[in-house]
Design a protein around this ligand. Structure first.
Ligand code: GAL
Length: 714
């Protein structure tokens, strides 16, 4: 071959390579742009998304300014996979990456959001490994992959061009030994994403203009936020794993006799004939008459929630049918259903529909879907990454998506039945905002539990900081306060015979030694749970706003106050709805420092007015609620009830904080069906003018749930 010809061939090949890797830019929805280079993955979060974007709500958001120019996103493809480069300005702060436990601000960190139940040195391992981050500059970036990715959040500079150009001497020029190791790269102008195995880079840009707007677009793009069944916002109590039917009856009577609110009872593994792996068959030894149980609970206003996981036991009636629709490795000798295909979800869903949903089971706790435990070498509680599934998905991508796919399978039944619910789950991934389900964990560090409330809000997730044992009554109350100020209030007594307020110590509890002051502790918990029940109308309305506008009901302060740099580091306070700031106390604290953003704030317990923009030391009693109310708020609080049902009427008192409050809203629907989606709801507008309260109800719904009868001016 002559020299000229070979040059021509090289030129053609190079041209082809450049064309093949050309950047494709596509508008996906208002303010949402997709940038693709190379081949997008088949099992990407976007391809797995079943919901439609709420385009009209996105159009209502303020006009977007390009937070990031799509053309500035650079993708390199090489033999290892894809590398995505996203510009990062010097003054930007980053948040997100799913349900992070150990850190809040993410700039300067290396993040590997990999699904796992153990955080492991803040590498990014998490129950919800969402490949999404938000910038204070007012945009969000979603990497559309289910592979294990690593984000270098402004930590590295790529060597480009002439390496001999002098750019400084490096580290070690200062006075101290520490100077040797100072990271001089923190101001790097990009986020670099490593996606081994990918044949392309696929990036979604969610423009703001503000961080909050970008977050709204992310949630709306995935179908809006979840609106759980109203009863789901009440209290959930999970029974000890070896409870029998009679124990459940006894516990229900205890709650009702002592007027302790409860809406949901959870049954843990032993309700089934086999649990590790699962049979999904009632154990006749533990629960001889399941329908009687469901009906009796219903008569007492208690819904049932069943624990399970997806690894299907040979003892299950669906094992045979699943045999050809499962992965090629077992877990606990059970099959791993291929939820990314078409066959397994149908078998799994149909069986659950007939056996449970049609019989009145209201919800499920979906356990063990988080590749536990990746952090230790001796745990084999999950299928290997090298697994293959009939649909073509591999074990790695299946792990990242397992919770989401499993949830879609189970939730589909409720949707088709026009029944709303509120589930518990151990893993989710991107574009999950519309799912009425809260994440939970076996970890138990109280401060982390609080941080996870703030972090969940950045990624379209809901988090439940469940209460189990404690070391004192004070700690138990603090944990309960955090739980009532979260998306889902759960007492997970799966290893406690009696409720933790009768004995917080695990061993003593199970030996039947109750606290000498058990009645006093019970009274504290009752008071706190009563608050939760009073708060439901406000909370439910915040969820409706999540559903319709994509604003998370629980979100970090920086979401609402991005111009206030003092909020950038505040991970242990968060907004609930638009007007309530929560500052839970961790462990056994009796006071804590609270930063209040600009404006004026009322301590909910004392009505004392505080000027914002400052930090205060606040003391909170065991029956008090660590929240602050923004001046200018009308806060609707209901007379506490013991559970929510279809006929519940909430008797509302409106508390008026300040002289010229902004009108408040309540969202009213049947609380249990999806009919609100077809316009079956009312909005109540509450105004305070000339020292008088006025309510204006607009909408199509005939029945009224909220009766506003009292106004109190603070
Ligand atoms: C764990 C779960 C606990 C409890 C337990 C029962 O994996 O996180 O909440 O359900 O299983 O075996």
């Amino acid at each position: 071959m002559n020299h000229k010809l070979s040059l021509q061939i090289i030129a053609v090949i190079t041209l082809f390579a450049i064309t093949a890797n050309a950047q494709q830019i596509k508008e996906m929805a208002p303010g949402v742009t997709r940038v693709t280079v190379g081949e997008a993955d088949q099992f990407s979060p976007y391809n797995l998304l079943q919901e439609k974007p709420k385009v009209e709500a996105m159009n209502q958001l303020p006009a977007t300014e390009a937070g990031i120019d799509p053309k500035a996103i650079r993708v390199e493809l090489n033999a290892r996979g894809a590398v995505v480069h996203i510009p990062l300005g010097n003054d930007e702060e980053l948040y997100g990456f799913g349900l992070q436990m150990n850190s809040f601000r993410q700039r300067g960190l290396r993040r590997r959001p990999i699904v796992n139940d153990n955080p492991l040195n803040d590498l990014g391992y998490t129950h919800a490994p969402t490949t999404f981050y938000l910038s204070t500059k007012g945009y969000g970036i979603f990497i559309n992959t289910s592979r294990y990715t690593t984000f270098y959040c402004g930590t590295h500079k790529q060597v480009k061009g002439n390496v001999n150009v002098n750019t400084g001497a490096g580290n070690g020029n200062g006075q101290s030994v520490e100077d040797l190791y100072k990271n001089s790269n923190k101001q790097s102008g990009e986020v670099i994403v490593d996606i081994p195995g990918a044949k392309g880079g696929d990036v979604f840009i969610f423009n703001g203009p503000t961080l909050k707007n970008a977050l709204q677009r992310y949630n709306l793009f995935a179908g809006g936020g979840a609106l759980p069944a109203m009863w789901g916002l009440g209290v959930q109590y999970r029974m000890k794993a070896d409870s029998k039917q009679a124990d459940v009856y006894k516990m229900a009577n205890y709650f009702r006799d002592n007027h302790i609110p409860v809406d949901v009872f959870g049954l843990e593994p032993k309700w089934q004939t086999a649990a590790y792996s699962c049979s999904y068959v009632w154990s006749s030894e533990y629960f001889p008459a399941p329908q009687e149980l469901i009906d009796k609970m219903k008569a007492q206003g208690i819904k049932l929630n069943l624990w399970e996981h997806a690894y299907t036991s040979p003892a299950s009636p669906i094992y045979g049918a699943l045999a050809n629709a499962a992965g090629d490795y077992k877990v606990w000798n059970g099959l791993v259903p291929d939820f990314a295909g078409k066959v397994a979800p149908k078998i799994f869903a149909d069986y659950h529909q007939q056996t449970f949903v049609d019989k009145g089971i209201a919800a499920f706790k979906m356990d063990e879907c988080d590749n536990s435990n990746l952090a230790t070498g001796d745990a084999t509680w999950a299928f290997p990454e090298l697994s293959q599934f009939p649909s073509g998905i591999d074990g790695e991508q299946m792990h990242q998506q397992f919770g989401t796919l499993y949830f879609q399978t189970m939730y589909g039944n409720y949707k088709r039945s026009n029944k709303r619910s509120f589930f518990n789950i151990r893993s989710l991934n991107g574009f999950a905002s519309s799912y009425p389900v809260a994440l939970y964990s076996d970890t138990y560090v109280h401060k982390e539990y609080i941080r996870m409330i703030s972090n969940a809000g950045f990624s379209g997730l809901l988090w439940s900081p469940e209460v189990r044992e404690s070391s004192s009554v004070t700690e138990l109350c603090r944990r309960t306060q955090t739980a009532i100020l979260s998306a889902q209030t759960v007492f997970n007594s799966w290893y406690l015979k009696s409720p933790p307020w009768l004995q917080y110590d695990r061993d003593k509890n199970n030996r039947g030694e109750m606290l000498p002051n058990a009645k006093e502790a019970e009274a504290h918990i009752r008071a706190l749970l009563n608050f939760r029940m009073s708060f439901i109308p406000y909370l439910y309305t915040a969820f409706a706003k999540y559903n319709r506008e994509g604003v998370p009901p629980f979100r970090a302060l920086v979401t609402d106050y991005p111009e206030d740099k003092a909020t950038y580091d505040v991970w242990d306070e968060y907004m609930i709805g638009d007007n309530v700031l929560a500052a839970p106390l961790a462990d056994s604290a009796s006071s804590r420092r609270v930063y209040l953003p600009k404006g004026n704030w009322y301590d909910y317990n004392t009505n004392k007015l505080y000027t914002g923009g400052q930090t205060y030391t606040i003391e909170t009693g065991l029956e008090q609620i660590p929240i602050f109310i923004k001046q200018g708020t009308i806060l609707p609080m209901a007379k506490p009830i013991e559970h929510v049902d279809a006929a519940t009427k909430f008797e509302i008192t409106c508390y008026v904080y300040g002289s010229n409050p902004v009108p408040a809203e309540l969202f009213e629907d049947d609380g249990v069906t999806f009919d609100f989606d077809k316009g079956q709801y009312n909005l109540l507008f509450m105004e305070w003018r000339s020292n008088k309260g006025k309510v204006n109800r607009k909408g199509n719904l005939k029945t009224q749930k909220f009766i506003v009868n009292t106004w109190i001016k603070i």
